[in-house]
Design a protein around this ligand. Structure first.
Ligand SMILES: [Zn+2]
Ligand SMILES: [Zn+2]
Ligand SMILES: [Zn+2]
Length: 321
């Protein structure tokens, strides 16, 4: 087995330690920096594992990898999302889908901070995102890095581990309290409730007529953005590879509002059950309520005993007569 560079691991653990201290400090500003430091920690530690497979995997474009530049640290390295892909698909490292979602969710928060976008109005939501990604990182350290550690390294890992776990538990309690307070509204909602594409909590309420909203993190992007986010972040689908493989993308034009926001395969978690829903206008129903138009594949209301044709195609056919 190739040597692990423990100096780099300790660097990654140091970022993690800093992130947890910032979380403890608790202010809004500190939480923001906790997200950045945790992201640096994850990036560093994922790359340690990639380098163990082969050093060129750490380079953004392996075709441009040069050993001398690598040794001196003068190269563009692989971003977190791609590092995860390479770990799973090339190195065969087992990371659960759930943990990948947690890390990607933190990565989105990191990017929002770095690109001056507003982060969640609710600081607890950011704390929760940070805490969940921390837990995923701990599992990664345990399974992928700790087994090769010397006694001395093991001590450092264990100390970090217990400190981080304690903070994660505290945040979990706060999140549970907040979710409990939302429970009555969620349970009684007259609209479908699904996992929030941003914070991953079961708290995104479809809306009547306008865009839906997450009760936990206040996420309320417009229909087509929320639909794409849901398909990618919650269902784990990828438009590019779906279409490349000749499949049909699960987000399509809504038959009611015409927004590209109708998702086929939503998973509802409360009273209102549905398998299809529009993140734009709030339409929801079961798959057999709609049929795909026989001419253009667009979803249209199913009518028994007749071939499905959407209104656009009808109009077109009539105009030609
Ligand atoms: Zn949310
Ligand atoms: Zn719609
Ligand atoms: Zn049609």
């Amino acid at each position: 087995m190739v040597e692990i560079n423990w100096h780099v691991v300790n660097n990654g653990l140091d970022f993690l330690e800093s992130a947890v201290e910032l979380l403890e400090a608790g202010g809004e500003r500190e939480v923001k920096y906790a997200a950045l430091h945790l992201s640096a920690s994850i990036e560093t530690l994922l790359k340690v594992r990639l380098a163990r497979e082969h050093w060129t995997l750490v380079v953004a474009d392996p075709r441009e990898a040069r050993r001398t530049k690598y040794e001196s640290g003068d190269f563009k390295s692989v971003p977190i999302d791609q590092a995860l892909d390479r770990l799973v698909n090339i190195a065969g490292v087992a990371i659960s889908d759930e943990d990948i979602k947690r890390i990607k969710s933190l990565n989105r928060t990191r990017n929002q901070i770095a690109h001056f976008a507003l982060i969640a109005e609710n600081p607890l939501a950011t704390r929760a995102t940070v805490a969940r990604a921390m837990e995923a990182l701990l599992r990664f350290i345990e399974k992928q890095l700790a087994p090769g550690a010397s006694l001395e390294e093991r001590k450092i890992i264990d100390a970090t581990y217990s400190h981080v776990m304690e903070q994660i538990r505290q945040i979990e309690v706060m999140v549970r309290e907040r979710m409990n307070s939302l429970k009555p509204i969620i349970a009684q909602a007259d609209v479908p409730v699904v996992k929030c594409p941003e914070c991953l909590q079961d708290a995104y309420l479809f809306s009547d007529g306008t865009a839906g909203k997450c009760l936990f993190c206040s996420y309320n992007k417009s229909g087509f953005v929320a639909a794409a986010d849901y398909a990618t972040n919650i269902l784990g689908e990828d438009e590019y590879s779906t279409i490349k493989d000749g499949g049909e993308w699960i987000v399509s034009q809504c038959h009611l509002c015409a927004d590209t926001a109708l998702v086929d395969g939503i998973i509802t978690t409360a009273r209102m059950k549905a398998t299809q829903g529009c993140f734009g206008c709030g339409y929801f129903g079961d798959r057999d309520a709609l049929e795909q138009c026989s001419r253009c594949n667009a979803w249209t209301e199913a009518e028994p005993d007749s071939v499905a044709v959407c209104s656009d195609c009808w109009d077109y056919m009539i105009s030609r007569d």
